[in-house]
Design a protein around this ligand. Structure first.
Ligand SMILES: Cc1cc2nc3c(=O)[nH]c(=O)nc-3n(C[C@H](O)[C@H](O)[C@H](O)COP(=O)(O)OP(=O)(O)OC[C@H]3O[C@@H](n4cnc5c(N)ncnc54)[C@H](O)[C@@H]3O)c2cc1C
Length: 484
């Protein structure tokens, strides 16, 4: 399995990077398959291929594996900056954990129930239906702001199975949810509140279709019924699991299983294909050759990789144009007496101010000393205009302004922006209106000897399970060709 590669260092590597193709240092042994990107998708593909006896080389740009499965081990309390909740129906993730002896525990950074700050007023969940700040109408009124989007997605969706989103009839939902909901009589105030917390660019620049399918699939996975008024604590507390010691332990175990097939700090810079081979050249001047390659790289960083022959048509368009949703966070540590006992409100706070939410995490041991401050959509873009220090200060200042009982009771322990994280540039792919029908099927087709995996190529599942699903599909595609 091992590749006897020659690693170039210092000036030599830089010189080679400047003039890549002719002067790269080739790995001595050819592999069967090169997997680019060691997130859960790439690692799953690599393990499946290795299981079938293929010689695999995995190239990961970062100095760690896992991508968006990222436990911040350098931050006090080791919070999760990325994935944490493992659904009861995550067959592939659960199977991998069992196989590699990765321990799971109940619950996963479940958020404490929410209070609401609307127009600067603090409101208890139970008071929302009759609050003077609740300007929504009719059936909308009992639905708390954080649950409105999910409420209307569920109301209008007509899926009967997880594949339905790829069928021609589903195209009616491949439209922005804002105008669609408005045409169904949803009030402007409900639309405004939905827009405050959407993990997508906004209600007008995202396709409703993929969000509907995700909502539907999540409901199946986590056993969530009618979600009126339910927050994530109530929804996921009982059914989800977490990786003991942090989600990163799972991709690390997968890397160990693959042994020296995994190469870190290998930024793929170009992919050159001939009739018989594919060669992946890395920024440090090394090059690896195999019969096939799988790109498990999100489309944004993939835009920086030169692919020869180049992608064409809709596939090229999808890589060039796929929008990504953002998610930028500040982690706060709670100190002193519990602020929520002082003001008698639920500990998490949803806001229509410059920050989306202050989510108090309840760890599996019951401790509740970390707040995840979350900014998404346009709020996230605005937030990321600030330096890390200023983001932390704004998060603390705004919390004290909206909720005076937190004053002096929280301090910044970590800051992380997924849009600023060069190897993903967003928290997840987010089809624009019309793009599901146009891109979803075409963009995952093999391009010559290059196949595609990653959550952006998901078919049925969501989150970490979708990454594994995609890795499985790409590995099977390649194995089928190798056998033929
Ligand atoms: C904030 C947040 C919370 C989440 N919470 C959950 C949750 O609770 N439950 C859940 O199931 N899912 C959750 N998810 C989703 C889940 O994390 C992702 O769906 C999944 O991890 C994506 O895996 P992937 O392999 O497709 O992509 P990634 O994990 O992004 O992996 C891509 C890899 O490619 C590498 N790469 C990029 N460019 C190059 C290059 N040029 N050369 C080589 N390598 C390259 C990257 O470094 C990275 O390692 C969350 C995601 C985020 C961001």
């Amino acid at each position: 399995m091992a590749t006897r590669r020659t690693v170039m260092t210092g000036g030599a590597a830089l010189a080679a990077a400047a003039s890549m193709a002719p002067r790269m240092t080739r790995a001595a042994e050819k592999s069967d398959v090169i997997v680019i990107g060691a997130g859960l998708a790439g690692l799953k593909a690599a393990i499946l291929l290795a299981d079938q006896g293929a010689k695999v080389t995995v190239l990961e740009a970062n100095g760690r594996v896992g991508g968006r499965a990222y436990t911040a081990d350098h931050v006090e309390g080791h919070p999760e900056f990325g994935a944490s909740q493992i659904g009861p129906d995550y067959a592939r993730v659960l199977d991998m954990c069992q196989r590699l002896d990765v321990k799971l525990g109940p619950g996963a950074n479940i958020f404490a129930p929410f209070a609401f700050s609307v127009g600067g007023e603090l409101i208890r969940k139970e008071d929302w239906p009759k609050s003077k700040m609740n300007k929504t109408v009719g059936e909308e009124r009992p639905v708390v702001p954080a649950a409105l989007f999910s409420y209307f997605l569920k109301k209008f969706m007509t899926f009967k199975s997880p594949e339905d989103w790829l069928e021609a009839e589903a195209a009616q939902f491949d439209v922005p949810p804002g105008p669609f909901f408005k045409s169904k009589g949803v009030s402007d105030e409900a639309l405004r509140l939905m827009n405050e917390g959407l993990i997508a660019p906004d209600l007008y620049n995202v396709s409703m279709l993929t969000l509907m399918q995700e909502e539907w699939r999540s409901a199946m996975i986590f056993g969530v019924g009618e979600s009126t008024g339910k927050d994530r604590f109530a929804q996921f507390g009982e059914t989800s699991q977490h990786v003991v010691g942090g989600t990163s332990r799972l991709p690390e175990a997968m890397m160990r299983h693959l042994g020296d097939a995994v190469h870190l700090n290998k930024i793929a810079a170009r992919i050159d294909m001939t009739e018989k081979n594919v060669t992946v050249g890395c920024l440090d001047g090394t090059a690896y050759t195999a019969e096939f390659a799988i790109s498990a790289v999100p489309f944004r960083p993939l835009r920086r990789v030169s692919i020869n022959p180049p992608l064409a048509g809709v596939q090229a368009e999808a890589v060039r144009e796929m929008p990504y949703a953002n998610n930028t966070q500040v982690m706060l540590r709670i100190k002193g007496a519990p602020y929520w006992e002082e003001d008698g409100l639920d500990a998490s706070l949803w806001t229509d101010g410059p920050i989306n939410a202050y989510r108090q995490k309840i760890a599996s041991d019951g401790s509740r000393d970390v707040i995840q401050v979350l900014c998404v959509g346009k709020k996230g873009e605005r937030f990321d205009q600030l330096s890390e220090k200023d983001r932390g200060e704004l998060a603390v200042r705004e919390f004290a302004r909206l909720r005076p009982s937190t004053k002096g009771k929280v301090e910044v322990i970590g800051v992380h922006s997924w849009p600023n994280y060069m190897f993903v540039e967003g928290c997840r792919h987010s089809y624009g209106p019309g793009q599901c029908a146009k891109f979803a099927i075409e963009m995952i087709k093999p391009h010559g000897r290059l196949h595609f995996a990653g959550e952006h190529t998901r078919r049925l599942d969501v989150g970490m399970e979708s990454a594994m699903e995609s890795g499985e599909r790409a590995a099977i595609e390649v194995l089928t060709r190798m056998e033929g």
